[in-house]
Design a protein. Sequence first.
Length: 99
Amino acid sequence: MAPQMVTANRLADGVVVYLAADGRWRERCADGHVVDDRASAAQLLATAEAAVATCDVVGPYLIDVVPGDGGPRPQRYREQIRAAGPSIRTDLGKQAEGY
């Protein structure tokens, strides 16, 4: 299984967030907790679903990640855009700051 982490959108403002090892939601993909087995992935997703029940996030799901400078990075282009922001004007937004 490829390394994975959980992403969702924060309900209060729609910002893309990642579930960290401490159970908190972080805005940087590099701060997300990476797992590499199905049992851990299922447990991580269950933790995320509990945050849905408390109206903290919506739509949590697992994404594949790859090692990168400064931490894990999304593998798929769609998730790279969600992590960094729009694919134009890379001098603005999260892409200017890095993942």
